[in-house]
Write a protein that binds this ligand. Structure first.
Ligand code: PHE
Ligand code: NA
Length: 469
């Protein structure tokens, strides 16, 4: 009789486990590493955030990545249907699939703002190509970024273009299209990061940047802990089903354990390199590390504008940022596309078009949150009570901040928690053993224990810590 893992997904399968590593790394390494990690480290005060983040990666993020990959490979369908069929097979409630449904929605919400930010990098490709940043000052770089974000039309143009490119690849099918370009682009991205790192050495502020990144101040731990947990999920692409759907396309004879560890390490390496490259530039330019989402788009042009061959390197760098974002954005769309193709039997092209349009529309909220809607604040807790939306309120969050908060802080951790519980407690021990294919019994037990106990408790502790703040 055929074992469950012999089935093949109707959407195709990767040629080898290396393609899974490539695709999963392509999903993981993205704006989260180069754009979000440095600015969040800045906002949450440096080292304490970084240490919390590393703990969350190792004890929660990677185990959940294991869980997702093995659920996907055993289920061989879109995350929703994989969980549904596995639940039915094991006699558990089919409602477990609601976790995958929630993840699917979260991935679409992430795509909506991710596309806008990726669009910024497209604008910077043009700017670098034109030489706009040659010899630019810190003030000039700040003004250039402000000029971009305050212009809704320019933002809409790039957002639309990026969404179109994402939809294009997904419509053609992930399996065939991406492999070759990623093989070249990912290493190149890493080399350029190293070049930037080299430049930041020459700023004379390397030590300051390093201290900021790694100086541990225990008094600041509670402040950023939920942010660190949320970012660990975001950066590893876990909690939404992206890794699960890629797992569904994985060949049956591949050790999930080693594969997932590789992806987790690469992602962490890129984030730390980006941080070490950026912060010395921030300090050398006299900028605020807590400057928020604009950090990378203000500091990098300063660096590229003032080094030899900076124009060319800057151009290549922003191309690679866009590519890194693009290899991530497709993985946000794939779970939903796979699901609706399975559900409706409709064409992949049509399903993709409808879903991309939906994400594009929500993304317009993010576009406007930087200009016309900058004063529209959601989730306002004021003295006179709670307001879902209040114009010009002191507290509260812009549309962009709200979607970011809802996904990273709430939906991703909840999704990840459910995936870990499902893999650890609903699937049989033998099923997990067969999928993980970790030979050493000791390592297998460690992995199982992390999935069953440590990761779920980690998520819960962080939620409780946040509530009791
Ligand atoms: N991991 C990606 C990044 O760091 C973002 C992402 C989140 C991708 C969720 C897929 C799903 O940029
Ligand atoms: Na990442």
């Amino acid at each position: 009789a055929a074992m469950a893992s012999d089935k093949i997904s109707i959407h195709g399968a990767w040629a080898s486990r290396w393609v899974f590593i490539l695709a999963a790394t392509g999903s993981a390494v993205g704006l989260g590493n180069i754009w979000k990690f440095p600015y969040m480290t800045g906002v949450y005060g440096g080292g304490a955030f970084v240490v919390m983040y590393l703990f969350c990666i190792a004890l929660v993020g990677v185990p959940i990545m294991l869980a997702e990959t093995l659920i996907g490979r055993r289920g061989r369908q879109s995350p929703v249907n994989a969980m549904k069929s596995l639940a039915i097979e094991t006699g558990a409630s089919r409602h477990w699939s609601l976790a995958a449904l929630m993840g699917m929605v979260a991935a679409l919400l992430i795509l909506s703002f991710y596309s806008v930010v990726a669009g910024w990098s497209l604008d910077y490709i043009l700017g670098m190509g034109r030489g706009d940043f040659t010899g630019i000052s810190a003030d000039g770089a700040g003004a250039a970024f402000g000029g971009l974000t305050s212009d809704p039309w320019r933002l809409t143009l790039w957002h639309s273009l990026f969404m179109l490119v994402t939809a294009f690849v997904i419509a053609k099918g992930v399996v065939a299209g991406l492999e070759r370009s990623l093989r070249i682009m990912m290493p190149l991205l890493f080399v350029l990061l190293l070049v930037l790192l080299g430049y930041s050495f020459t700023t004379g502020h390397f030590r300051e940047g390093f201290d900021f990144l790694f100086h541990f101040d225990p008094s600041k731990v509670q402040d950023g802990i939920l942010a660190a947990m949320g970012h660990a999920f975001f950066t590893l692409s876990v909690g939404v089903g992206s890794i699960m759907v890629y797992g569904a396309y994985m060949p049956k004879k591949a050790s999930i354990g080693a594969t997932v560890l590789t992806v987790g390490l690469l992602d962490t390496l890129v984030a730390l390199t980006a941080g070490m490259a950026l912060f010395p530039i921030v300090f050398a330019a006299g900028l605020e590390p807590g400057g928020g989402p604009g950090l990378m788009f203000v500091t990098l042009p300063i660096a590229f504008g003032n080094i030899a061959f900076g124009q060319v390197m800057g151009l290549v760098f922003f191309v690679l940022v866009a590519v890194a974002a693009w290899s991530s954005s497709i993985s946000m769309l794939e779970p939903a596309v796979a699901y609706f193709v399975e559900k409706t039997g409709g064409s992949r092209v049509k399903v993709t078009a409808v879903l991309a349009l939906f994400c594009w529309l929500i993304g317009m909220g993010t576009v406007l949150s930087f200009n016309l809607w900058a004063e529209a604040k959601f989730f306002v807790f004021a003295e006179d009570g709670f307001h879902l939306l209040q114009w010009g309120a002191e507290g509260g969050k812009t549309f962009f901040d709200s979607i970011d908060y809802l996904t990273s802080r709430i939906l991703l951790p909840l999704g990840g928690l459910s995936f870990a519980l499902f893999a650890g407690w609903v699937l049989s021990r033998d099923a997990v053993r067969e999928e993980l294919a970790i030979r050493s019994p000791l390592l297998f037990n460690l992995a199982l224990w992390l999935i069953r106990v440590v990761a779920p408790i980690g998520v819960l502790i962080v939620f409780i810590a946040e509530l009791s703040k």
